[in-house]
Design a protein around this ligand. Structure first.
Ligand code: PMP
Length: 469
């Protein structure tokens, strides 16, 4: 259809400056319409690798055998739920299968509200929990930038950012101080006759810029929420299924057991499926739940194959080992480059915070974006920016990411960081006929002009990574 417009989220990096048309993908590699191959450090949904043959075959076979809605006895549903539940502490024994992370969080809120018979929600500042109306209401990342503003039943607490926040890495009491801050906000809410139903958060806070809370933080905070009469929801949509390397779920890192857990993105390796896991007691308060597509046989077959691949290919152990090496190497970049302010994360969920200088720690937003752009254009490596100032370079690749890939990323980052903040190469925005575009240097300006005449096809070389087979 001529003249149609697409309303969808697209990464500003990949689409504003030079759109990428990806036509196929395999393992941790994506190929565009020009045959250029990119190392994908972005697609955490392709958890076990793009188009993993075992997952594709499971989906295909099930599609050819039976596709049905919920309501029938379904062996693959029973088998899958049993397997998924086995990765949780015993008390989390009830599983609902839904179709997206947003649906999972929406159901988690309903569960919490039915169980507590209360309405109010405690969230981290800058959190994002999904795209349904209910979730926009509890996502400061969204409502802070919208006319509706904050609803009266939402209570926003600071997330424990020990790099940019009020209490930092040099403060051994940082966790306690952040919890005290939360206590003050919750007490204030209670004094205003508000009643806390739940606290929802990521445990490794990807959407706030890959923030790793201090070790004792969640134990203290969960106690506080329980004392206030609420339940705790762990949003594992980004971090679940072993991404953090050490454990299957990020909450395990903190020695806590949430009352409700939501899982999304990686569950179907790209196929839309998600889950909510909770206790029998909380589930009993909800009563009936029905989803037409949630837990359909195709989703269950795919979900089962994903869990099998994680086990068979020892992907969590691999994420731990590769992530450890990469984190150590990124620490070297931090000591070497003035703008690499902080390096953090766990397993294959890592962040590099780009700052103007290490003393002020002021975010260098445009510079971060130009680094991402250079990685893509010069090295064919895809990363993206996260965090409220869009200055944290996030690395969340498929779990089959190898030591060799980690080395390629390290080398490319080292080159880009060595040159990106020389005078005259810092990103500036200009506006052309296609809207705002980032221009990094006079050469870029020239090539943009050329591109407008010759089309983007003109300049792309082909890259291939050594270990693809
Ligand atoms: N929770 C978190 C932490 C997320 O990052 C997202 C999506 N990025 C969601 C929930 C919503 O998931 P979905 O887009 O699958 O609805």
């Amino acid at each position: 259809m001529e003249g149609g417009s697409i309303c969808s989220t697209v990464s500003s990096l990949h689409c504003d400056t030079a759109p990428l048309k990806i036509v196929r993908a395999q393992k941790q590699y994506m190929t565009d319409s020009l045959g250029v191959q990119y190392l994908d450090c972005v697609s955490n949904i392709a958890h076990v690798g793009h188009c993993h043959p075992q997952v594709v075959t499971a989906g295909k076979n099930q599609m050819a055998t039976l596709v049905s809605a919920q309501g029938f006895v379904n062996d693959s549903l029973t088998k899958y739920v049993k397997q998924l539940i086995s990765y949780f502490p015993d008390v989390l024994s009830v599983c609902y299968l839904v179709n997206s992370g947003s649906e999972a969080n929406d159901l988690a809120l309903r569960l919490a509200r039915s169980y507590t018979n209360r309405m109010d929600v405690v969230v981290f500042d800058e959190a994002y929990h999904g795209n349904l109306g209910n979730l926009i209401d509890i996502s400061p990342k969204m409502f802070n930038r919208m006319a509706q503003g904050k609803r009266e039943f939402v209570h926003v607490i600071p997330y424990p950012d020990t790099y940019q926040g009020s209490y930092r890495d040099d403060d051994p009491q940082a966790a306690e101080k952040y919890v005290k801050e939360a206590d003050r906000i919750i007490t204030q809410a209670t004094c205003n006759n508000r009643q806390i139903s739940c606290f929802i958060s990521e445990c490794l806070i990807v959407n706030c810029g890959i923030v790793v809370p201090p070790r004792n933080y969640f134990r203290l905070l969960y106690n506080l929420i329980h004392e206030a009469g609420g339940v705790c929801i762990a949003d594992e949509v980004q971090t679940g299924l072993g991404r953090t390397g050490e454990h299957f779920w990020a909450f395990e890192q903190y020695g806590v057991i949430p009352d409700i857990v939501t899982v999304g993105k990686p569950l179907g390796n790209g196929h839309p499926m998600a889950a909510v896991i909770t206790t029998q007691e909380i589930a009993d308060a909800l009563g009936e739940y029905y989803s037409t597509f949630g837990g359909n046989p195709v989703a269950c077959a795919i979900g089962m194959a994903v869990l099998d691949v994680i086990e068979n290919e020892k992907l969590i152990q691999s994420a731990k080992a590769v992530g450890k090496t990469l984190l150590e190497n990124l620490q070297i970049l931090k000591t070497k480059h003035a703008v690499a302010g902080d390096v953090r994360g766990m397993g294959l969920c890592l962040g590099i915070e780009i700052v103007q200088d290490k003393c002020s720690r002021k975010p260098a937003t445009e510079l971060a974006q130009s680094i991402v752009y250079r990685l893509k254009e010069d090295h064919h490596i895809l990363v993206q920016v996260e965090g409220p100032s869009h200055n944290v370079i996030a690395v969340t690749p498929p779990m089959c990411f190898t030591q060799l890939n980690a080395r390629s990323l390290f080398n490319a980052l080292d080159i880009v960081l060595s040159t990106c903040y020389q005078p005259g190469t810092v990103c500036t925005n200009i506006v052309d006929a296609q809207g705002s575009r980032s221009i990094l240097s006079m050469e870029d300006l020239d090539s943009l002009k050329k591109e407008n005449v010759e089309g983007p096809e003109a300049k792309r070389p082909r890259t291939s990574y050594d270990d693809i087979d």
